[in-house]
Design a protein around this ligand. Sequence first.
Ligand SMILES: Cc1cc2nc3c(=O)[nH]c(=O)nc-3n(C[C@H](O)[C@H](O)[C@H](O)COP(=O)(O)OP(=O)(O)OC[C@H]3O[C@@H](n4cnc5c(N)ncnc54)[C@H](O)[C@@H]3O)c2cc1C
Length: 501
Amino acid sequence: MQRREFCHAGVAALLAGALLPRGVMAGVYAGLQQVDADLQALSLQGREQVLPRASVQELADSLRGRLLLPGKPAYDTARLVLNPVIDKHPALIVQPTGPADIQSAVQFAGANDLVVAVKCGGHSFSGKSTCDGGLLIDLSSYRNVQLDTQRRLAYVTGGSLLGAIDHETLARGLVTTAGTVSHTGVGGLATGGGFGRVARRFGLALDNIRAVDVVTADGSFHHADGDQNSDLYWGVRGGGGNFGVVSNFTFDLHPMQREVIGGKWVYPIDRARDVLEAYAEHSMRLPDAFYLDCGVGHPPGDGPGFAVLDVCYSGPPADFERLMQPFRALGKPLKDSVGAVDYVALQRSGDFSDPRAMVSYVKDGFCEGITPALIDSILQGLEPDPGRLTQCYFQHAGGAIGRVAPGDTAFSQRYVSHDMMVILAWPPEADGPAHRDYIRAYWKQLEPHTRGFYTNVAEDNERAAQLQANFEDNFQRLVALKNRYDPRNLFRLNANIEPTV
Ligand SMILES: Cc1cc2nc3c(=O)[nH]c(=O)nc-3n(C[C@H](O)[C@H](O)[C@H](O)COP(=O)(O)OP(=O)(O)OC[C@H]3O[C@@H](n4cnc5c(N)ncnc54)[C@H](O)[C@@H]3O)c2cc1C
């Protein structure tokens, strides 16, 4: 475009702006922001209420990001989470572009008595990151990872997905602990725990949080670290989203090579007992750099059952053969994909090609070692069903996770050697209640062999009564924090610490 034409275009745009009504100008700034009608909503107590058009318009005008309202296609996409059977309808959705928008959204919710749902990766199995009739803060427009390689820090915005963190950090020969599926969100994972392939070396994701920025229930902004707002810093590392929305994380980074040894050894199901016994005995003794998950189960359809060992070894390559000798005694696996692999590729290897194709239902408990009695219970109760995936899976813990004192962060269960999950997955149109009945009955046999549970996975209402015991000695401190930062329990869609004021 010639300079003259450009000037004309610029002047025309300015004139048009001056003549347009206020709501339309806001639309030019941030996308669709015209509010046409009052909105139906639910109060914190579940009463039906009306949000006047003018106050919703005021919220819209205050945002740099988008406000999405029912009836629009973008609203119907933004309200979805990973689990395809969750079908909730928030009264309104804010997609913030930064902390200021989050503050506006939380203030609006507080002023209008609305429950707040916060969505990062949307991976909550029970759908805690959406709601009916409340305000959904969908952080998917606030995704960014920046590094300070000199200070070995990553600055990660609260809507980011784990894959972006690995992508940026490994490109610089650095890493921090992330989960094993790259489309999981940092917001839920790192505030509740964060097990992963390097957690035995570098601790849980939450152990690597150096600082957070949090918008609490009154809409105020807090920077929290070891010196400043240290109570909030403590609570956010294990207390999940109970105290507010984490807009920004600062993570510690550690030097690590890109190439690791990873992959799977798959055995037939009739070797399940041998595999579990070898795993129970030897996984406890492996060095921190050896991460080894183990699963036994049956795929959907008519395929054969399996026992699987899933490896990520990031220590000196020359030691690998010696360390895996005890597992070589199991004989040749049916399938062996273990070899040198790019860590970022390994971290993506479990991603779902169609994330919403299956309903997942998971039961979870922490183990302090795997006993022969637990192995008996696993094998006795494991029932194949061609209509679903049926799997009992151990995620490897221990190592650096256990070298943090229980009171140092809100996540107290430092004794955990393995996180045991029973995972069922079936297509949305299949018979859900029958599968749920099965998993509940199966879990009854396994639960007595566990001590506590992972709040990020077992966050359904069935576990609510057990939360106090689960947080052990940290519970009263968490309640005091909740009373201080969220006395009305605006942030209740999580492993909820109920306020007592
Ligand atoms: C396929 C899959 C793989 C998984 N793998 C692992 C794994 O390897 N290791 C592991 O430890 N866990 C794993 N998990 C469990 C995972 O930690 C939880 O599901 C976690 O809550 C996901 O975070 P999210 O941001 O994606 O979830 P969301 O559903 O978006 O949010 C979950 C909870 O966190 C809150 N929240 C989200 N973002 C913020 C924020 N910025 N500030 C405050 N609160 C927030 C939400 O309000 C909600 O209560 C996995 C889950 C799935 C479905």
